[in-house]
Design a protein around this ligand. Structure first.
Ligand code: 2HA
Ligand code: ZN
Length: 282
């Protein structure tokens, strides 16, 4: 079977296409990576180009030594992935020290996403948490969430609490909360380092005035994380446009939810004082 016909590649392409349909990928915005399983590698390694040159990575990731990652290419548009997978996505293999990679399939005349430092840093971190899970890392530019970074304080607890109240899926999906990174230069090692720090506590990290990184167990999980975040942000933006909250889900309501569903909710977000008396103020 050709690599682009394998089920994990098809699921990767589907996520990219769905994200594009949601409007999260203007021009070449966003990127996606998937750390392949042993079975995935076995299914396609016979088609790998093992003569490809090794390219050093700036910050070595020894924890990913020997791993293969399917990812989007630099400057590639999500909307073109389904039509031209071998031009827009590819598989990289990390060497035995995790300090260089080679493109073993796809990315014809191209190179990996500009956000490779963040994808590699987060993939290595999440692999240590649970190597069988956390395989998909997705960066998108969802408009409502980005808009909120111009309004809400750049603060994990405040952001988390607002989004929890907006969509009851939110605390169920993100009981640990959401991390917010202040403005960073896209594609930089500094962006990767800041995201790595936040990913130690969260599965979703928002880059202020830019977009969002989420890390999920599989493609459905990952798309769902982005979708829940953006839906919550959309409701939040609409409430702000309507003049602010007049009533909301309370800390007691959230605690009851946590009891019923056995969740450990982020304490800092839970204790934030409710401010419903000041329309427009958050
Ligand atoms: O891939 O979104 O952050 C283009 C970007 C960079
Ligand atoms: Zn981006």
């Amino acid at each position: 079977m050709r690599i682009e016909e394998l089920s994990f590649v098809k699921a990767f392409i589907r996520l990219a296409t769905d994200g594009d349909r949601r409007g999260w990928h203007e021009r070449n915005g966003g990127n996606l990576s998937y750390r392949m399983t042993g079975a995935d590698i076995n299914a396609c390694s016979a088609q790998f180009d093992t003569a490809a040159p090794w390219i050093p990575v700036k910050t070595a990731v020894p924890l990913l030594a020997g791993d293969c990652i399917l990812l989007t290419g630099s400057g590639k548009c999500m909307r073109n992935i389904a039509a031209a997978p071998t031009d827009t996505v590819g598989i990289i293999e990390l060497n035995g020290r995790g300090d260089a990679y080679r493109i073993v399939w796809g990315l014809i005349k191209s190179r990996p996403t500009s956000e490779l430092p963040t994808h590699l840093a987060v993939a290595a971190l999440k692999k240590t948490e649970d190597a069988e899970k956390n395989r998909v890392i997705y960066h998108a530019h969802p408009a409502h969430l980005i808009a909120l970074t111009f309004i809400l304080p750049i603060d994990d607890a405040r952001f988390t609490r607002e989004l929890w109240e907006m969509d009851i899926e939110n605390p169920l999906v993100f009981p640990e909360g959401i991390g917010i990174v202040p403005w960073v230069i896209p594609g930089s090692e500094a962006a990767a380092a800041a995201t790595l720090e936040k990913m130690k506590s969260y599965r979703a990290v928002v880059w202020a005035h830019h977009g969002t990184f989420v890390c999920g167990d599989d493609f459905d999980d990952t798309f769902g994380l982005m979708d829940v975040l953006e839906k919550s942000a959309q409701i939040c933006g609409e409430i702000i446009a309507m003049g602010g909250k007049r009533q909301s889900v309370t800390a007691a309501d959230l605690n009851a939810l946590a009891d019923m569903y056995n969740l450990h909710l982020n304490e800092a977000a839970l204790v934030i004082e409710e401010r419903r008396d000041c329309p427009g103020e958050i």
